[in-house]
Design a protein around this ligand. Structure first.
Ligand code: NDP
Ligand code: 8X3
Length: 252
């Protein structure tokens, strides 16, 4: 029987690349995100290209009720999830703490921390019942370092780092693997979302150096997921060669 991966935030960027990568490796997929049309299109493409089964589940991870209802509403056979990629996340704004938007702060905290917790609460129970599973959390270099004006986004990714360690401890006796993957700069829709659709400002983030692309991170996630049963990668940081630290990028 084919293995199953549940990928949150599969409508763009790293999540979408993970969907292609796990499909390539023969996994059946549960794909989630808020943009239904993108989920439907992706499911069609993957199904045609790789002949795998895809279930789509469209919800906002910020809503505890939506997360529980949609995930628990999946047919029982889809609950044998081998790999959960906790990828849905975002940054909003880049303002100093005295000027930050309350709404931006809440969106980041509700998505990156609370959303990840809601999904993990449901899926970790399936994994415990199944007696197997691997949770892969998308952290960030922003979860290892803090940079100017990154305040709340960095705090949410530091929380992911802590939750990753907490999950690893709490799920140890159930044989469930837990890993955090922490990328540096990856050119996706991330900066466009951070700057609320300002494409020009978003583009500048990646000017003068070669950033990672989503596929680089997806291949790292696949590496982590494909280790032998007795091997767990706890934590991995992946950076563009031109980036040594969060704010230390060598631009030509
Ligand atoms: P993208 O903006 O390209 O993709 C983000 C994904 O998250 C989308 O599929 C989006 O789907 C989903 N998402 C966002 N908010 C919600 C929500 N409330 N409910 C459900 N899904 C949501 O960004 P990336 O691919 O770059 O980011 C993926 C992860 O990687 C994030 O956790 C990010 O913090 C992290 N990361 C990114 C880095 C980068 O430089 N790009 C570096 C380090 C970490 P939809 O809008 O359809 O809901
Ligand atoms: C995304 C990378 O450096 O913009 O997590 O925070 S960064």
């Amino acid at each position: 029987m084919a293995k199953i991966a549940l990928i949150t935030g599969a409508t763009a960027g790293i999540g979408e690349a993970c969907a292609h990568t796990f499909a390539r490796e023969g996994y059946n997929l549960i794909l989630t995100g808020r943009r239904m049309q993108r989920l439907e299109r992706l499911a069609e493409v993957l199904n045609d290209k790789y002949n795998i089964e895809v279930a789509i589940s469209c919800f906002d991870v910020r809503s505890k009720a939506q997360v529980i209802e949609n995930l628990q509403g999946l047919p029982e056979e889809w609950k044998h999830v081998d790999v959960l990629v906790n990828n849905a996340g975002l940054s909003q704004g880049l303002d100093p703490i005295d000027k930050g938007s309350y709404d931006d702060w809440e969106t980041m905290i509700d998505t990156n921390i609370k959303g990840l917790l809601y999904v993990s609460r449901v899926v970790s129970n399936w994994m415990i019942d199944n007696g197997f599973g691997h949770i892969i959390n998308l952290g960030s270099i922003a979860g290892k370092e803090v940079y100017p004006n990154g305040n709340v986004y960095c705090a949410t990714k530091h929380a992911v780092d802590a939750l990753n360690k907490g999950m690893r401890l709490d799920l140890l006796s159930h044989g469930i693997k837990v890993t955090a993957v922490h990328p540096g700069a990856v050119e996706t829709e991330f900066s466009e979302v951070r700057f609320k659709g300002d494409k020009e400002r978003a583009k500048k983030v990646y000017d003068g150096f070669e950033p990672l692309v989503a596929q680089d991170v997806a291949e790292t996630i696949w590496f982590v997921a494909s280790r032998p049963a007795h091997v767990n990668i706890n934590d991995i940081v992946i950076m563009p060669t031109a980036q040594a630290a969060a704010t230390n990028i060598f631009r030509k």
